[in-house]
Design a protein around this ligand. Structure first.
Ligand SMILES: NC(=O)c1ccc[n+]([C@@H]2O[C@H](COP(=O)([O-])OP(=O)(O)OC[C@H]3O[C@@H](n4cnc5c(N)ncnc54)[C@H](O)[C@@H]3O)[C@@H](O)[C@H]2O)c1
Length: 387
């Protein structure tokens, strides 16, 4: 191998764990021009970051992200912190000439996203935003089939992203429920993913009409020990205002004339991380369910009427038949959630080797944020809005 690319990763909890695994797995499973070195892991609490360093297998630990982004020993900065810190870290990293992988949503506002894109372009770095669901083999296969015309003209994009982890009114006010840190609630957190899949599979949105709602307006504030936790923690006796949406949904149109219907909620009891997608076109339909992520359902209207029905494609055929699975196991030996991050990192590493921009990148992050922003404007005014 020519050289090892040295990664500095900021934030080490949920996404930090997923990305650590991805950086380690990618060069083991796919042939790459350069190796990867898990160089430095960074967080704010020295004891916790040292524990994470050992568990996740990083060479060094730091509590100062500015030092990490400016270190001459680092080539790539991987941002896995809450949303309010994405812009300052990414902009500083770009100024220091580092390539950047940033978690979604890219930032809190369109303006911040644009500043990140401008800084990245000015510095000439390679940049990417982590919409990992694009990298599910069944989703990449869906895109290939749509591009090949298997669905004909697209009529409908229906997508639902449903969870249930904050139905309990005593669930504390974690950072995801505080607008100053997260930007928005379910909207930027999970609607952003199905907006990205809509852009990837169908095209650009032209107008949207949205509805956003907060079911529980006040929650116990976090106690000090749980400060900064994203998905759980201990609440105190003091109550605080929920400043984000609990559910966000919208209808819309794509520039190519297709209609969109998207729903994101954290109030769907029984739904843990449920992503369901259906796309209907003039020649056929595709259907996908994350809880059965190795399969893609395809209805082909050219089949004889006596045998028509949704066929069940097990997207695990290696040898170049199905995307990504050649790096893994023989046919039918299924893969899971963590592989989507490995494939994301793979796209970034391949792009670096081929001297091209990976997708989705900060341009996509800006476009995604424009859709999020248009839905928020629409929910506030009751009127259709353009991204
Ligand atoms: N791609 C996906 O599917 C996906 C899934 C979950 C989260 N995310 C995104 O990943 C990001 C992180 O979410 P998470 O669930 O891992 O959060 P988390 O709360 O589990 O972890 C956040 C980490 O950031 C660290 N941190 C916070 N502020 C910091 C600072 N100023 N400097 C250094 N470190 C700091 C915390 O110590 C912690 O290690 C968010 O932007 C979120 O939207 C993406």
């Amino acid at each position: 191998m020519a050289k090892s690319l040295r990664v500095g990763m900021i934030g080490y909890r949920f996404m930090g764990k997923a990305h650590s695994n991805a950086w380690r797995q990618a060069p083991h499973c796919f042939p790459l021009k350069a190796g990867v070195e898990l160089h430095t892991i960074c967080g704010r609490d020295s004891k916790a970051v040292e524990a994470a360093q050992k568990q996740l297998g990083w060479k060094n630990a730091s509590t100062d992200w500015e030092k990490v982004v400016n270190s001459p020993e680092i080539d790539i900065i991987d941002i896995n912190t809450p949303n309010d810190s994405h812009a300052p870290i990414a902009i500083a990293a770009a100024k220091a000439g580092k390539h950047v992988l940033c978690e979604k949503p890219l930032a809190l506002t369109v303006e911040q996203c644009q500043q990140m894109l401008d800084a990245a372009k000015k510095a000439g770095i390679v940049h990417m935003v982590c919409h990992n669901y694009r990298r599910i083999p069944a989703i990449a296969q869906a895109r290939k089939m749509i591009e090949e015309g298997a669905l004909g003209d697209i009529f409908h994009y229906y997508a639902r992203y449903a969870q249930d982890w904050i139905v309990d009114p005593n669930f504390p006010l974690v950072w995801r429920l505080q607008k100053g840190i997260s930007g928005s609630g379910t909207h930027g957190d999970i609607n952003a993913h199905i907006i990205d899949l809509g852009r990837y599979l169908v095209g650009e949105f032209s107008e949207v009409c949205g509805l956003m709602h907060t079911f529980i307006k006040e929650r116990p504030m976090m106690d000090e020990s749980g400060k900064g936790q994203g998905l759980g923690g201990k609440g105190s006796k003091k109550m605080g205002k929920v400043t984000v949406d609990d559910a966000a949904m919208f209808i819309g149109r794509f520039k190519n004339g297709a209609l969109a219907n998207l729903e994101a909620t954290r109030f769907a009891l029984g739904r843990k991380n449920h992503i369901q997608i259906e796309i209907n076109g003039s020649s056929g339909s595709l259907s996908f369910d994350l809880e059965d992520m190795n399969r893609l359902k395809f209805f082909d209207n050219t089949d004889g009427q006596d045998r028509q029905g949704f066929r069940d494609i097990l997207v695990t055929q290696p040898g170049g038949t199905h995307p990504y699975v050649g790096g893994w196991w023989p046919p039918g030996h299924i893969i899971g959630y963590e592989h989507t991050f490995t494939h994301t990192v793979l796209e970034l590493l391949q792009a670096l080797a081929e001297k091209r921009m990976p997708t989705p990148n900060f341009e996509d992050g800006v476009k995604n944020q424009r859709v999020l922003d248009a839905v928020e404007r629409s929910a506030a005014t009751g009127a259709w809005q353009k991204p």
